[in-house]
Design a protein around this ligand. Structure first.
Ligand SMILES: [Zn+2]
Length: 64
């Protein structure tokens, strides 16, 4: 079984760190210390993300 079929060029190691995102980012909301995931490109945590929810116009949600 040929398991070494590598296509494309190999990334040359030139001594630089491979995209190390070590810096801890926290939510931009004042007082919020929620650490943002390195994959989260936003400035706010999930709770403070300025997400716009569509308004339910004239719709009354029955309680219960
Ligand atoms: Zn937050």
């Amino acid at each position: 079984m040929a398991d070494n079929v590598v296509k494309g060029q190999r990334v040359l190691d030139n001594g630089r760190a491979p995209k190390a995102v070590e810096e801890q980012r926290v939510c931009a909301k004042k007082g919020c210390t929620t650490t943002l995931s390195r994959y989260n490109r936003k400035d706010f945590c999930y709770a403070h993300a300025p997400t716009k929810f569509p308004r339910l116009r004239g719709r009354v949600v029955p309680e219960g």
